[in-house]
Design a protein around this ligand. Sequence first.
Ligand code: ADP
Ligand code: MG
Length: 322
Amino acid sequence: RVLADQIAAGEVIERPASIVKELVENSIDAHSSRVDILVEESGLKEIRIIDNGDGIAADDLAIAFRRHATSKIQHQQDLFRVQTMGFRGEALPSIASVADVTMITSTGQEAGNLIHLKGGELIKQQAASARPGTDITVKDLFYNTPARLKYLKSPRTELSRIVDLVNRLALAEPSIAFSLTHNGRELFRSAGNGNLQQVIAAIYGNSVGEKMLPVEAEDPDFKISGYLSLPEMTRSSRQYMTVTINHRYIYNFQLTKAIIAGYGSKLMVGRYPIVVLDVELDPLLVDVNVHPAKREVRLSKESQLANLISSGVEETISQVNL
Ligand code: ADP
Ligand code: MG
């Protein structure tokens, strides 16, 4: 009960991009090496995610769509050292309650299975042939909650949120091959060969990718690595700065500030660098249970990390001008 209450912050399924996020994070947690994302009409008509991960065994399939059915936490203290992306066991039941969901999945050890739910009701579950992995289709999003439909932005904006999200996931996980297709047209693809610079080039263009500077720094608690743009290759928006913690995309104002501080006076006012940084740390130092959307995290030793980032960035930038 306590555990359930601690978990019950309420998953945020407010728009197509939040569904893509939850489903792709499940694919990542299931050790997939490739994840294909197919979207129709900005996700309102259909979102389909195909992965080659662990799959779900027949016995676990219906349970996975029940509230708080997570396979990812066994004990209360696990909540404070969450390493996987999901841990609330709310995404699948939440999504199934506001859409028409079909999942076909196989562990590779047994024949595959299909489950179909609509508006939270189980429609059918049966054996079905499937390749190892999981293929989930979410149709008619928010068909039974018109208020949420009304709250959505234009289809173009909703699609751009999906594109941005998939880009960040690909930057966070260069070893996973992602593809994003909208209305039959491929918008993005990453090779999944672990080469972060190639992912940066695929998103921001080859001319950016080629000129990025590698940055690395570490202290006893943190290890940071990634790429920085030259001070003259900047943008007018902060959104080209991606910070991931243990390969999970997060937003933390102090860390963004630390990057900018590292550039110092070399950065013109109102200009922001293109940055992709991953921070490796002991999961005990991060509390991801602050925000239901899990994008904001609380960090122990935050100012120590900010200092490490600033000095790492400063050192990298100063070397170029020599
Ligand atoms: P959580 O991710 O918080 O555990 P979800 O509702 O997102 O909860 O998923 C419920 C469970 O279903 C997961 O714990 C996992 O065991 C299983 N699952 C969901 N998606 C996948 C997938 N793509 N591959 C393998 N297992 C999955
Ligand atoms: Mg999940």
